[in-house]
Design a binder for this molecule. Structure first.
Ligand SMILES: [Zn+2]
Ligand SMILES: [Zn+2]
Ligand SMILES: [Zn+2]
Length: 156
């Protein structure tokens, strides 16, 4: 995934809801991911609406975009790879590792299974699972083997 696509994906998937932002963040005067002040004309524009103009500082944006791109690239691979239908191929293992490292770097917190809601333990198999939630596309991860609850919940 190239930088432009990643930046678009960040806008589509990662910009926090306006209701969770402070006034400064809504006006683009502070980064939505850290306390960094953003001067007019600086920072990365995250789109927004008439009364919300979220911006990010470049380092945060880079970290978020990298974590998202790693995840989406991995998802893309899994959805096309025939080997991955029965078990993880070498590419998937590499991409999983890259995704986990990028997530950690972006401060996304512990990865957990969208099906059983448990945090993944060391050595557990899991893969990306993109699905349509009640109001938006949900980028989740699920165990590849059986887990406590077989069904993906239809909402969080
Ligand atoms: Zn920041
Ligand atoms: Zn594969
Ligand atoms: Zn699970």
């Amino acid at each position: 995934m190239d930088v432009t696509d990643a930046a678009e994906a960040v806008r589509a998937f990662l910009v926090p809801a306006p209701s969770t932002l402070t006034i400064e963040q809504r006006w683009g005067n502070a980064c939505v991911w850290c306390p960094q002040t953003i001067l007019p004309g600086q920072g990365v524009n995250l789109g927004g609406t008439d009364d919300c103009h979220p911006h990010a500082c470049p380092p945060c944006h880079e970290d978020q975009a990298a974590a998202l791109a790693a995840y989406l690239d991995w998802n893309e691979h899994v959805s096309h790879c025939t080997i991955c239908r029965t078990g993880p191929c070498d590419t998937t293992l590499t991409m999983k590792h890259a995704t986990m490292r990028a997530r950690e770097h972006a401060g996304w917190g512990a990865a957990y299974c969208a099906s059983c809601q448990k945090t993944f333990g060391p050595g557990e198999g899991f893969m990306p699972h993109v699905w349509l939630g009640t109001s938006r596309v949900v980028l989740s991860l699920v165990h590849t083997g059986p887990c406590a609850l077989p069904q993906v919940p239809d909402k969080y």
